[in-house]
Every structure is written in structure tokens, then in C-alpha cells.
Design a protein around this ligand. Structure first.
Ligand SMILES: [Cu+2]
Length: 497
């Protein structure tokens, strides 16, 4: 399966136990030009892969999956040699986990990843991987806190009760200081919680319900991935100049002239997309991070920051058979990052699915306006001439006391102020929150839906409200620009009885 050159790369990794990484970062990198290195590639020549669905073992009502984190090979574009990736089961993206609301899942994660070499640790000590299920309502010991990492050659069992609303979640590495690198090399996968009650809505299902994990990468002409943490990317995060969907550069999907449901996940380290259809027709958003919206919303553009999800329905019935529609990124992009993937309307079809006006009941969380929100400042510092990122002036350390202590059952408003010139997608673990205010403008929470990540705009602020239920213990909140997270913009909060 591996050719000689790839074996040389992997051979440098050694056998299990004494693994080191290949010199992925060896190539010089121009500061301020983080996306200058990939070869020109023809778009829309590779079919969209749909990641394999993991087959569980059943133990009563519990579905048990076993995933091995290890190096593997992936073809990222027709005209590129195969790429050494790190993947769950050695595939990129990882297998899709399909869960059902109310039925528990256990994932045994086995760590056979290579250790990071000295040039990759950037003065941060090597940190072992941990796996976080993003958006999940789980006990703290199963949340993938980097304090509870997985030893080399060892495993950890993560228990997911799936008691929350149906939603598209995703699982990814959450190692201390190295999440950016490990996710970039492939450690991310989709986790769908299906709510049996949703079936009554008759939304598109089966082959017409497709996950789209969007990520940007720099890929060298030899197929290897380029991840460079330097002056520029410590500031902005790591950007790529190629857009991949489900692990393939600018793929195409042949569709029937009918409705499709797409679970769009921004799995990029730092890039914020503005999603738009080339047909000029709106995208119909039916859900977001925490599941279905109260009703469908037509949007000409859907902004999507790292780790945000958009559940959309696209109806190709209005598109003539034989024509093409491009999913574009209109976030000030040109060239290779302006187009994400192409839909080719291949044949007419019957469509027995529906798009109802009412999707899910909604209730605003209420609060006492006399109690001021908790306040967090997302800021930048320079240490030894290098940018680091802080919350309330603290660089994250696992030995710090929690930054906030919350009573179990409390409903709290949290305000994040961002005086920097970078947007910071704020992610709070455990909860799905509602959006109250952006840059001083009161929001209709129902139009945002249940969220676990929201951008605090550059020079702006956000206020969100969350109900802290279910578990006591220590959880994380952080910027989901993965380089900002790795470089300190993270904090623990603790829920107490
Ligand atoms: Cu940030």
C-alpha cells in the first residue's frame, strides 16, 4: 500500500513505540504568504468521497466503536502522489460515527500516532493526543481534556450518552499545544446524532443526507502536507491555499434534480468561509451547531468559522439537468480558495422528501438582567518576541485554577470582548448556548439557533447565554482558531454542585 518514498517517510517514524515524525516542516515558509506553496490543480476532477461509516459492535443498546489513530495514505487530488496523513483508522477524514439520540456510544481510541519531533514542538513539550467530541454534552472525563491524554500505544474509552438534540458534531484531536498540527494532518471526523423524532419531518435522508467537512491545506507537489508555525501563522493561524471537502481538493458531486441535505462542517484550522451558491439561489439553512433551527432560513451567504456547522438543504429541482452549480467561498477570496466544490445535476428524479416550515420548538433562555454577565477578554501578548494569545491576561496552562466556577444548573450570560484585529471563534465545551448580542446589537436567538461556537469579531464583542446542566467537573473554553488555541487562548471552567 505504501510506495518506497512513502516508506522512507514512514520508516523515519520507526516501529510502534519509538516513532518520530517525518520532516513535514522542513521547507522554508514565507511569512505573510501562508498559502503560496501548493501546485496549481485542476478543480472538480475528483468525485466527492463520502467517509466510511464506522460499524459498531452492539453491547445491549450501546454501540462500541474502536478507532486506531495512526499514519496512513490518502489521495487528495487526481494529479498528486499519495499523502501521508494521520487519521482515525489511518483514513482522512475519519470514519463517520452515526449515533441515535438516547442510545449510548463508546469509542475506544487507540494511539498509534508518531511522536512529534523537536522541530515540531515549538518549545512546547510534546503532548499526547486526546479526542474531543465537539458539541457533545458529556461527562468531563469523556470530553477529551488534554490532561487526560492517551498514552503512546495505549487507549482510552470515551462514553457518549447522546442525550442531546440531534445534531452534526465532529470529533478531533485536542492535544495540549498541538491540536492545530494534528488536526491539519487529518485527525478529524464527523459524528451525527440522529433524533428519531426528526423522521416525522421527512427531510432528505440516506444518500441524500451528505456530510461535507471543509478544510484548507497547503499540499506540496510531492503530495506532502505543509504545516508551518511561524511569525505570520502565529498571528493569523495556519491557512491553506487549497480547499478540500471530505479529504479531496475541490471535488464534484453528481446529484439528482431533487432536494439534498448537507451537514457542512468547517474543520479548518483558521479559515472563515462565506458560503454561497453560484446559481444565485439562496442556501436554505435548517440547522446549526446544536441541531435544527426553529424554521428554515433562506440565506444568500452563510458565514462559517472553524468548527461551526451549517445544516442546509439545496433543491436541485430548479436547476436544468446537465448544468453545474458551484459552492463558492466569497470571503474576499480569489483563485484556488474561491470555489469549494461543484454539483453536477445529472438526472431528473422523484422527490418525496419535504422541507416543513416548522422544524423544532424554541424557547429563549431567560436571565436576571440585574446580574451582570461574566466577562472574558480575548487578547494578544508578545513573549520573547513571539505572539501568544490570552484570555483575561492568562496563557493557558493545565495547572492553573479554573477561570470561572459555575453552579450546576445555573443559567449564565458570558460576554467575550475582542480588542484584537483578528476574529476569534469562541467555543465553549459541554453546552449549546444562545446568542444575545453581537457588537452591542441585540440578537434574536432563534435565528442563530443552538450554538457551541460563535465568532467574537475583531475589535468587537459577543454575549451568549448557556444553561450548565448534567455534569460537574472541569471543562474548556477556547478560541477555535487552532493556532490561537495552541498558543494559549484557552481556559478551564469548573461546574460545581
Ligand atoms: Cu483566536
Amino acid at each position: 500500500m505504501f510506495n518506497r518514498r512513502q516508506w522512507l517517510q514512514i520508516g523515519a517514524l520507526g516501529a510502534a513505540g519509538g516513532l518520530v515524525s517525518p520532516p513535514w516542516s522542513a521547507r522554508a515558509h514565507e511569512p505573510g504568504a501562508p498559502s503560496s506553496s501548493s501546485p496549481l490543480l485542476t478543480p472538480f476532477v475528483d468525485p466527492l468521497p463520502v467517509p466510511p461509516v464506522s460499524e459498531p459492535m452492539m453491547q445491549g443498546k450501546t454501540r462500541i466503536h474502536t478507532l486506531v489513530m495512526r499514519a496512513g495514505l490518502a489521495r487528495l487530488h487526481r494529479d498528486l502522489p499519495k499523502t501521508v496523513i494521520w487519521g482515525f483508522n489511518g483514513v482522512y477524514p475519519g470514519p463517520t460515527i452515526r449515533a441515535v439520540r438516547g442510545e449510548p456510544v463508546v469509542i475506544r481510541q487507540i494511539n498509534r500516532l508518531p511522536l512529534l519531533n523537536a522541530s515540531e514542538t515549538h518549545a512546547m513539550p510534546d503532548a499526547l493526543p486526546a479526542v474531543h467530541l465537539h458539541g457533545a454534552h458529556v461527562a468531563p472525563e469523556h470530553d477529551g481534556h488534554p490532561r487526560e491524554s492517551i498514552p503512546q500505544g495505549g487507549f482510552r474509552d470515551y462514553h457518549y450518552p447522546n442525550t442531546q438534540r440531534g445534531a452534526a458534531l465532529f470529533y478531533h484531536d485536542h492535544s495540549h499545544g498541538h491540536t492545530g498540527r494534528r488536526v491539519y494532518f487529518g485527525l478529524a471526523g464527523t459524528y451525527l446524532i440522529e433524533d428519531p423524532a426528526e423522521r416525522l419531518l421527512n427531510l432528505p435522508r440516506g444518500e441524500f443526507d451528505v456530510p461535507l467537512l471543509i478544510q484548507d491545506r497547503v499540499i506540496r507537489s510531492d503530495g506532502s502536507l505543509e504545516y508551518v508555525l511561524d511569525h505570520a501563522s502565529r498571528e493569523s493561524g495556519v491557512f491553506g491555499d487549497l480547499i478540500l471537502v471530505n479529504g479531496v481538493v475541490q471535488p464534484f458531486l453528481r446529484v439528482k434534480a431533487r432536494k439534498y441535505r448537507f451537514r457542512i462542517i468547517n474543520g479548518s484550522n483558521a479559515r472563515i468561509y462565506d458560503l454561497q451558491l453560484s446559481s444565485g439561489r439562496p442556501l436554505v439553512q435548517i440547522g446549526c451547531d446544536g441541531g435544527l433551527l426553529p424554521s428554515p432560513i433562506e440565506r444568500s451567504v452563510i458565514p462559517l468559522a472553524p468548527s461551526e456547522r451549517a445544516d442546509v438543504v439545496i433543491d436541485f429541482a430548479a436547476v436544468p439537468v446537465g448544468s453545474k452549480v458551484i459552492l463558492r467561498n466569497c470571503a474576499g477570496c480569489s483563485g484556488s480558495t474561491a470555489e469549494i466544490m461543484q454539483f453536477e445535476v445529472a438526472e431528473s428524479a422523484q422527490d418525496d422528501s419535504s422541507l416543513p416550515d416548522c422544524l423544532s420548538p424554541w424557547e429563549n433562555l431567560s436571565y436576571d438582567p440585574a446580574v451582570p454577565p461574566r466577562q472574558f477578554e480575548l487578547n494578544r501578548r508578545t513573549v520573547n518576541g513571539q505572539a501568544v494569545w490570552v484570555i483575561n491576561d492568562r496563557i493557558y496552562s493545565m495547572s492553573q485554577p479554573p477561570m470561572a466556577t459555575v453552579r450546576l444548573g445555573a443559567i449564565e450570560r458570558w460576554r467575550f470582548v475582542n480588542p484584537t484585529n483578528h476574529p476569534h471563534p469562541v467555543h465553549i465545551h459541554l453546552v449549546q448556548f444562545q446568542v444575545l448580542n453581537i457588537n452591542g446589537v441585540p440578537q434574536d436567538p432563534a435565528r442563530h439557533g443552538w450554538k457551541d461556537t460563535l465568532v467574537a469579531p475583531a475589535g468587537g464583542e459577543i454575549t451568549v447565554i448557556a444553561h450548565f446542566t448534567g455534569y460537574t467537573g472541569r471543562y474548556l473554553m477556547h478560541c477555535h482558531n487552532l493556532e490561537h488555541e495552541d498558543l494559549g487562548m484557552m481556559a478551564d471552567f469548573e461546574i460545581i454542585p
